[in-house]
Design a protein around this ligand. Structure first.
Ligand SMILES: Cc1cc2nc3c(=O)[nH]c(=O)nc-3n(C[C@H](O)[C@H](O)[C@H](O)COP(=O)(O)OP(=O)(O)OC[C@H]3O[C@@H](n4cnc5c(N)ncnc54)[C@H](O)[C@@H]3O)c2cc1C
Length: 287
């Protein structure tokens, strides 16, 4: 199938892109890697009159270290650049490892962090990673810049906090504590397919192996990734035992009201949530 006719613009600066987005209003859409937007246009689910390609805006690309040890990534940085980044392999190893689960190599070469977050597919790994790592989304418009925590950015299936005239400029990740452990698992029909359900966790341990911070996230089971709020209370301040892991897995099961679709039933997803949560916590402790 072919998309309807559209005009194409490729500004070379962020200011120019923002001005065009403000001038053109609802008729315009930005395009990043095109891996979700182009199929949607081909199926006539999206029918922009003007496409504003962000691909020539160099300032939107790259992975940089921030003062204090955080990481900032430009919105147009492709998934593959995170997968291959030596900086991230040293400083935030969860990100390169999880990127290997995003689609296939060709798609990872084109698809971008900004496009994935703006598209807000509930099964997208980026949303879950950004929430688990307490990332901040930097949003630009002709009015200036604002920052939104990842946990507040995604609101529903394909729905975010982005307002007309705004685009994602960058994503910022806080520094990774030296004693951090992590686990990630997802189930999909085939390698590279979107996840049916996934789970990830970060555990910060002190010198005595006591947990000082825990963040557990489930994704692809509900309309947006879910933080398991009970987890810190069950894990923090103690050495993590098998019983505590099972308690968090039970809490995850109780917190989730999963969706049912042609990929999997709600009942199956519920089983996955509990099983995967226990596995990622064990993985984190073993790492
Ligand atoms: C076969 C296949 C399998 C896939 N499997 C997975 C998978 O397993 N996991 C996964 O996470 N993803 C998967 N994807 C999606 C892929 O990761 C896409 O790259 C991603 O969803 C969209 O990124 P993009 O850069 O291509 O954005 P585009 O397709 O260009 O844009 C997507 C949407 O975001 C908007 N947008 C883009 N950039 C910005 C910005 N900076 N600010 C504001 N809005 C913006 C666009 O207007 C559009 O509405 C798959 C895609 C395909 C085709």
């Amino acid at each position: 199938m072919k998309p309807p006719r559209f005009q194409y613009e490729a500004p070379s600066t962020l200011d120019e892109a923002l001005r065009r987005l403000a001038d053109l209003g609802d008729g315009a859409k930005v395009i990043a890697g095109g891996q979700s937007l182009v199929p949607a246009m081909n199926m006539r689910l999206a029918t922009p009159e003007v496409l504003i390609d962000l691909g020539r805006i160099e300032s939107l690309r790259g992975i940089r270290e921030l003062p204090g040890g955080g990481i900032q990534a430009g919105a147009m940085t492709p998934h593959a650049a995170f997968e291959r980044s030596e900086l991230l392999q040293r400083r935030m190893p969860l990100i390169p490892e999880v990127m290997r689960f995003v689609a296939h190599a060709q798609i990872r070469n084109r698809g971008t962090i900004g496009g994935s977050l703006a598209h807000a597919d509930p099964a997208a790994e980026w949303q879950a990673v950004c929430i688990a790592l307490d990332a901040t989304i930097v949003i630009a418009s002709t009015q200036g810049c604002r920052r939104v925590k990842a946990v507040d950015f995604t609101q529903d299936v394909y729905t975010t906090d982005l307002q007309p005239g705004e685009l994602i400029e960058a994503v910022e990740f806080p520094a990774w504590p030296s004693q951090r452990r992590w686990g990630f698992e997802e189930v999909s029909r085939r390698r590279g397919d979107f996840a049916i359900t996934g789970a990830l966790c970060t555990l910060d341990l002190d010198a005595g192996s006591r947990c000082t911070q825990a963040r557990c996230v489930v994704f692809a089971a509900t309309s947006r990734p879910l933080v398991i709020e009970a987890a810190p209370g069950l894990l923090a301040g103690r050495v993590v035992t098998d019983a505590a892991i099972e308690a968090v897995a039970d809490a995850a099961r109780a917190a989730v009201d999963p969706m049912s679709d042609h990929h999997a039933s709600a009942e199956y997803r519920l089983e996955l949530v509990q099983t995967l949560m226990a596995r990622v916590l064990r993985q984190a402790l073993a790492s």
